[in-house]
Structures are given as structure tokens and as C-alpha cells.
Design a protein around this ligand. Structure first.
Ligand code: ES4
Ligand code: ZN
Length: 326
């Protein structure tokens, strides 16, 4: 059995996945056609060619444009179902997915339409594919605190369907503390808390996510390595980091996969997990991320097994379920 086959067979959880970032061009064209919306690209190939980014903002511009074709509950169902069918092939047994309500409600799509479609597919994924799930609502950090509170108000009737909140979009200039009060309220509501930090932003933003937002898990966190004291703190606390190698490469967070810090993170005792972030835009799903690290860093079986195990340890599953996967 070769390494790729072994990675593919390992049961895995995916903890960092933007459902709008799993929107494959073929499905985008199909939904655009049925909604009679124009896409500013003639073909699937032309669209894929535009997926060439030099930083996070480059990507975000095209990511928000892509989600504009989503309008009906069926659209959100189809998007989510396509992702689940795809990762079922990668032996992903548990998913904790993000959605960006403000990217939809801003355009006039009701919050209810978005969450009902996504949830229906997640429920079908559980019953038909055996994939368990948690749903994480992300606030767009380039928008205001007031907008985030407004989003939270719209979410209130659906809180029983929402397990946690996240913070994504343009990191630099939008530090975690901008959302301190929103996070405090969400904590009071019993929601799990995660936030993107240290993707492009400095290690200081990771400290703020920990100390001010009081996150239960960190998304990316690459720049933590700039601060040795922070690394020790994260390792001591066994704070889970959701790392995304293909994303890091596509957004130039790392210049070459051979420089990816995954091995260093493992060596420093960090609880790192491997995730795809926006697989349609970054060139691969979870197993492709395992492959990429194998090819670039010669990642060994022990490291891959540790990452797969960490994906359950770092999840929001119950302790008894986590033990079942270990
Ligand atoms: C994202 Cl890679 C990344 N970073 C920040 N925000 C995002 N939203 C979707 N993908
Ligand atoms: Zn992300």
C-alpha cells in the first residue's frame, strides 16, 4: 500500500472549509444558467484561469463574485451536497463547515433560505453518507461590528442549527478586537468560538483572538511561528490550529510548498490539523492537501496519522465520539 492510498483510507475530519469556497465552476455555470444570471467568464476553463492570486484580497474579490449566483434554497442545497459527495470519496467522516451569511443577505437573499438549504444537505449527508457535522456561521471582518450584530440577530431564530461562530475575510486592518463584543455575546449564547488569525495578519492578532475573543480553536495561525512565546502557549494549551497548505500556497502565505511550516508545527507540539479552506479555488480537497505535503515535505505515515487523529481531537464532537475515531 503506497502513502497516497493510506492517506486516502484514513478516517478524517475537516474543520476549516468555507462552503462557498467549494463552489466548482461547473456547478456555478449550471446555477447561473437556471437563475438567468450572467457570469463575466465565457467558459469553465476561462473561470479557472482567473484563479491566480497573489494575496488574500485577490482571492476574496473573486470568491464574493462567485457566490453571487446563489439565490434559492435549492442552490444552497446543491452546493453543500456536492461538497459532501466529494469528501465522502476522501473518507472524511466529520465536517465542521463555515458559511458567510453576510455574503448572501447583503444581496437580498434571506438568511433563512441560506441556512435551510445548507442544513438540509448536511442532514442528508448524515443519513445517506454517514458524515456527521457542525455548522459555523462566520462574520465578515471587513464589515462593521454593527453589521455583525445585525447578522447575529438574523441568526437568532436558527441558533439550534448553529454550533459556532467564526471570523473571516480581509484580515489585515481588521483585528480580532473589532469583534470583541459580538464574541462576548455569542459566548453567552453557548456558541463555540473560532476565528481566522495569523494567516496574513501578525502574531499579535493570534494573541488577540485567544485573549480577547477567547476562541476555542484557531483558523490558520501560521504567523504564530514568528513569536516563540506564543508557540509555547499554544502548545501548552493544546489549542487546535486548522492549517490549509494548498490555500497557503495559492494565497502566497508560503512561497513554495517545500517551505510549508506543517512539520515545524508538529515538531513544536502544536495540535495542527489539515484542511482545504476553499477547495474549488485552491486546487484540491483534503486528500490533495495530504498529497501536497507528502510530495513537498516527504510527509511520513506517522505524521499523516497524527494529523488525521488531531482532526478529531480538535473537533467539536463529544469526547466519546472523538475516542471512537482514535
Ligand atoms: C478565506 Cl482563505 C480565507 N481567508 C479569509 N477569509 C476567507 N473566506 C473564505 N476563504
Ligand atoms: Zn478560511
Amino acid at each position: 500500500i503506497d502513502a497516497y492510498e493510506l492517506f486516502a483510507k484514513l478516517p478524517k475530519a475537516e474543520l476549516h472549509l468555507h462552503i462557498e469556497g467549494s463552489f466548482e465552476p461547473e456547478l456555478m455555470f449550471e446555477i447561473a444558467r437556471r437563475n438567468e444570471i450572467d457570469i463575466p467568464f465565457a467558459t469553465v476553463e476561462e473561470l479557472r484561469k482567473a484563479y491566480d492570486f497573489s494575496n488574500l484580497q485577490d482571492f476574496l474579490d473573486i470568491y464574493y463574485q462567485g457566490m453571487n449566483v446563489l439565490q434559492t434554497e435549492q442552490d444552497y442545497y446543491d452546493l453543500t451536497w456536492a461538497y459532501l459527495e466529494r469528501v465522502n470519496e476522501d473518507n472524511v467522516r466529520h465536517v465542521e463547515i463555515f458559511f458567510d451569511p453576510q455574503g448572501h443577505t447583503e444581496r437580498g437573499v434571506p438568511f433563512e433560505t441560506v441556512i435551510t438549504g445548507i442544513r438540509a444537505a448536511l442532514e442528508d449527508g448524515k443519513s445517506q453518507l454517514g458524515i456527521s457535522y457542525k455548522l459555523i456561521m462566520s462574520f465578515l471582518r471587513h464589515l462593521s461590528e454593527e453589521d455583525a450584530f445585525d447578522c447575529l440577530e438574523q441568526a437568532k431564530p436558527f441558533l439550534k442549527w448553529i454550533d459556532g461562530i467564526g471570523l473571516d475575510s480581509s484580515e489585515k486592518g481588521n483585528p480580532p478586537e473589532k469583534f470583541a463584543r459580538v464574541y462576548e455575546d455569542c459566548r453567552g449564547l453557548g456558541l463555540k468560538l473560532v476565528a481566522h488569525a495569523g494567516e496574513e495578519g501578525p502574531a499579535d492578532y493570534v494573541w488577540s483572538a485567544l485573549n480577547i475573543l477567547k476562541v476555542d480553536r484557531l483558523d490558520h495561525g501560521n504567523r504564530s511561528l514568528d513569536d516563540p512565546e506564543l508557540v509555547v502557549h499554544l502548545a501548552d494549551r493544546q489549542m487546535a490550529l486548522t492549517v490549509c497548505p494548498l490555500s497557503n500556497l495559492k494565497l502566497c502565505v508560503v512561497q513554495d510548498m517545500k517551505n510549508h511550516p506543517m512539520r515545524v508545527m508538529l515538531e513544536k507540539g502544536l495540535l495542527v490539523t489539515l484542511n482545504s479552506d476553499d477547495p474549488s479555488y485552491f486546487g484540491g480537497y483534503v486528500n490533495d492537501n495530504f498529497k501536497a505535503l507528502h510530495d513537498a515535505l516527504d510527509m511520513c505515515v506517522e505524521e499523516a496519522v497524527a494529523l488525521a487523529k488531531n482532526s478529531f481531537t480538535g473537533s467539536f464532537l463529544e469526547a466519546s465520539d472523538i475516542r471512537g475515531w482514535h
